[in-house]
Design a protein around this ligand. Sequence first.
Ligand SMILES: NC(=O)c1ccc[n+]([C@@H]2O[C@H](COP(=O)([O-])OP(=O)(O)OC[C@H]3O[C@@H](n4cnc5c(N)ncnc54)[C@H](OP(=O)(O)O)[C@@H]3O)[C@@H](O)[C@H]2O)c1
Length: 260
Amino acid sequence: MARQLAAITGASSGIGEIFARKLANSYDLLLIARRIDRLESLAAELRARHGAIVTVLAADLTDESQLATVAEQLAADHTLGLLVNNAGFGTRGLFWETDLEAQQQMHQLNVLAVLRLSHAALRNMVPRKAGAIINVASVAGFVRRAGSVSYGSTKAWVVAFTEALYLEMKRIRSPVKVQALCPGFTYSEFHDSMKIDRMRIASRAFWLRADFVVDESLKALPGGRLFVIPGWRYKMVVNLISSLPLPLRLLFESKASRAR
Ligand SMILES: NC(=O)c1ccc[n+]([C@@H]2O[C@H](COP(=O)([O-])OP(=O)(O)OC[C@H]3O[C@@H](n4cnc5c(N)ncnc54)[C@H](OP(=O)(O)O)[C@@H]3O)[C@@H](O)[C@H]2O)c1
């Protein structure tokens, strides 16, 4: 049987790169990010190792016309079996103090690109009654924190968006699966880009390997689980925070906001 295509945004490093490495065994790949040199060398390695057809697409997903090109490609490829909306970034500092343009770009990437590419992929997958979407959200989508106003809001949007899509797929009895992958702190380039000292924000016990995060996601995909929260500590945090009455939640979030 011909292999299906897995499209991965943000495949040039971190969690996205690990998705590419783990999926190359069973899918052909479309790798999307801005750093084309990184994508090319990963693609060459995966072609040689797995015999997969690996295509790379250099795109800045905050750019409307480049995003449209990616969306058109996803809508047109009838072998599309999986879309991983993974590209994302955060910024440091209090919302009012930080550069507005960076906050807007974050919404364009973490929200609008996910919206646009999910729409293109579902238009393709739903009529074919096949396929899956993994949206990389975050534990930050469940816990508000000072210093993470835009990032937490964009990830809360991904959580809500994916949950509602899940309900739509159930309502139309579609076999298309949607998953919100919600990692906590994960070793990748994410915090390096923000020049954040990892050990200053959380003890070692809270840091996850991207390998583990991706394994948890892919393990849960065949069963169609909506929320994947890798690691027992983070499952506890999310369950606790989600079950607290609002005043207690705010107290918890205020303490967490002061801790860093
Ligand atoms: N690391 C964590 O602690 C953590 C925790 C929870 C959730 N997450 C989420 O996990 C996802 C992956 O992050 P990561 O931890 O793997 O960080 P990362 O190593 O920094 O990877 C981010 C990826 O996004 C791509 N990207 C950034 N801006 C882009 C743009 N404008 N257009 C296209 N691609 C762009 C980057 O590629 P280029 O620079 O080559 O474009 C890179 O491949 C993100 O959505 C992040 O919010 C991370």
